[in-house]
Design a protein around this ligand. Sequence first.
Ligand SMILES: C[S@@+](CC[C@H](N)C(=O)[O-])C[C@H]1O[C@@H](n2cnc3c(N)ncnc32)[C@H](O)[C@@H]1O
Length: 385
Amino acid sequence: MVKTVLQKKSISCNNKIVRRLTVKITEFANGGYGVGKVDGKTAFVRFALPDETVEAEVVKEKKDFIIAEAKEIKEPSTHRIEPKCPHYYHCGGCDLQHAEYSYQLALKKEVFLNTIKRLSNLEPENGTDIEPSVKQWSYRKRVQFKCRNGRWGFYKKSSNQFVEISECPVADGLINEYIKNNRCKAGEVEIDDYGNINSDEMILNLGLKHPLFYKKGAFTQVNREVNLKIIDDLKREVNALNPNNIVEFFCGIGNFTIPLALEGYNILAVEFDIKAVSSLKRNIGNFNLKNISVLRANLFEQFKIKGHFDLAILDPPREGAKNVAQKLLRKNINNIIYISCDPATLSRDMKILSKKYTLVKSKLYDMFPQTHHIESMNILKLNKE
Ligand SMILES: C[S@@+](CC[C@H](N)C(=O)[O-])C[C@H]1O[C@@H](n2cnc3c(N)ncnc32)[C@H](O)[C@@H]1O
């Protein structure tokens, strides 16, 4: 039996009860919100699922929309479950623990397809699959905590209200052990594939003949098993295209670059972060690879690439890659593989590319279980004139 009262009534700072609404949820939106209509306005309700009727507190109200948080579930969804984490309704991290795992996947697929249709008017020609995460809990290798007087916590969503936590069930067991046994000083805790915690030099094991090294602070994917699956699928897609020359934007420490170069492809690898670039160069040296050139460039500003490429791969941060998409449109590269962690910025960029490209397929990866975040790999093909 799931609890229907999620949190007590809130009292605002001037001692007034915050406004409550009853909302019938009909849809699910990017950002993890159940969506319904109240007095002609669209209400985006955190912790609410489609087909539920909830009582929710207003967090923000504008002329045509409301942001609210469900406090009591009047009619629960058959997919609602009890969240595992004791801090769930307070901490600003996860936002889908109240949905069964298979339903989380179904919601993410629906949100992804709706978002790209609405913002870029694209539909993948050959459909969309979603790859579940091997681990639904304890999958995160890196967590950004907040510190208060040596205590560990997070900020409540959209605020800087500190919420102390005793554990984080989506974080790796070693991270949970670390926060139990240490006071919080700097908030970021990262473990590598060999159990090193917050060491200056970290190691990524991709199952290749050498591991990859990286300086702490350089980007690595948080979910090891899903990352390995993406690399496998990426190699398969690239082998099917069999390009002569690849340009890879936002390459980081070489997570995709090194496995692809080992397949024999020539790659121009582009990245801006100095720690990532020096880690990448060291990894190239360790593998003695002669088929990778490295370019350090800020891809959010004007940049130049020289040469002819028949495949571009990009894996930008959440802000997306508008500048790169505009550049690619002028380059007429035959194929593009766009890996994204944000369907909204992906859609904005694919809308630019859709002037010349067709979206052949999209595959989703559940890199971040228990949250609304969606990772995807999108294959685009240059239209024939
Ligand atoms: C999502 S990560 C992908 C990294 C790599 N593909 C991987 O799988 O580990 C995005 C990368 O973009 C880099 N980045 C962020 N802003 C950038 C910019 N303005 N110009 C170039 N690279 C940038 C980050 O340092 C990070 O390595």
